[in-house]
Design a protein around this ligand. Structure first.
Ligand SMILES: Cc1cc2nc3c(=O)[nH]c(=O)nc-3n(C[C@H](O)[C@H](O)[C@H](O)COP(=O)(O)O)c2cc1C
Length: 225
């Protein structure tokens, strides 16, 4: 490991130094291109507290094709350079990278997307976080009840960056609502949709693969579980 003056890993670049220090990398295969290919794509799902840069570097070493950041709350990311430095670090090899945000409105999501766009290969909106604080504040799975807002957020981020924008959802008790949410997101330009096949209330219950299949066959684009 190359060390900096503080004894830290010099290859780790916090957000504030990204623009200055991250020279253009080798061409990166776009996640959409990978997902449209015939090959099996190994994706490391977003995990709060885990999928930070060192974890992503580790899974990439073991053949991960695409890695997500943990969910990053977009309003503090937009407002505070300190939050940006703490929440987003990357390096030359950290590609393809999907940056996942929690957001409650289109303006914050689009601005956060724009801020990370030079260092990312896709932007994801978390519509599945079931934690009580998230639901209370309108983040994560709270968005599953607001398909119009989700479509507006997808459209906003698409307009402000050239990156694919995706959403990650859970399933509703009534799958017709899930299909409606997916159709609206797709019409707004959503690049792909990741379905965690559990409802907001479920934790360790078996994943509902039949539900994923139904949702997947109801839309034109790509669904992943
Ligand atoms: C510790 C932990 C943290 C997670 N954090 C996130 C997150 O930040 N964003 C997200 O969309 N999903 C998050 N998830 C959900 C996972 O991405 C994944 O969808 C879920 O674990 C389902 O896969 P499994 O059945 O293999 O556990 C998290 C899951 C775990 C276990």
């Amino acid at each position: 490991m190359e060390e900096n003056a503080d004894g830290g890993d010099a290859s780790v670049v916090p957000y504030g130094r990204c623009a200055a220090e991250l020279r253009p990398t080798e061409p990166v295969i776009s996640p959409l291109e990978l997902l449209r290919s015939e090959k099996v794509v190994r994706i490391c799902a977003p995990m709060v507290r885990y999928s930070k840069l060192p974890f992503r570097a580790l899974v990439r070493r073991y053949g991960c094709d695409v890695a997500y950041t943990p969910m990053i709350v977009s309003d503090s990311f937009v407002q505070s350079s300190k939050a940006r430095d703490v929440e987003f670090t990357t390096n030359y090899d950290d590609r393809p990278l999907i940056v996942q945000f929690a957001a409650t409105n289109s303006a914050d999501f689009a601005r956060a997307a724009e801020l990370v766009a030079p260092f990312a290969d896709g932007i994801d909106l978390n519509c599945g976080c079931p934690q009580r604080w998230a639901l209370a504040d309108g983040y994560g799975a709270a968005l599953m009840k607001k398909p119009e807002l989700v479509a507006d957020m997808v459209h906003g981020a698409r307009t402000r960056t050239s990156l694919p924008v995706s959403i990650k959802i859970r399933i509703h008790g009534d799958l017709r609502e899930t299909v409606e949410l997916c159709r609206r997101a797709e019409s707004a330009g959503c690049g792909w949709i990741t379905v965690h096949g559990r409802t907001t209330k479920q934790r360790a219950e078996p994943c509902n693969f039949d539900a994923i299949k139904i949702v997947s066959s109801s839309i034109k684009g790509q669904i992943f579980d």
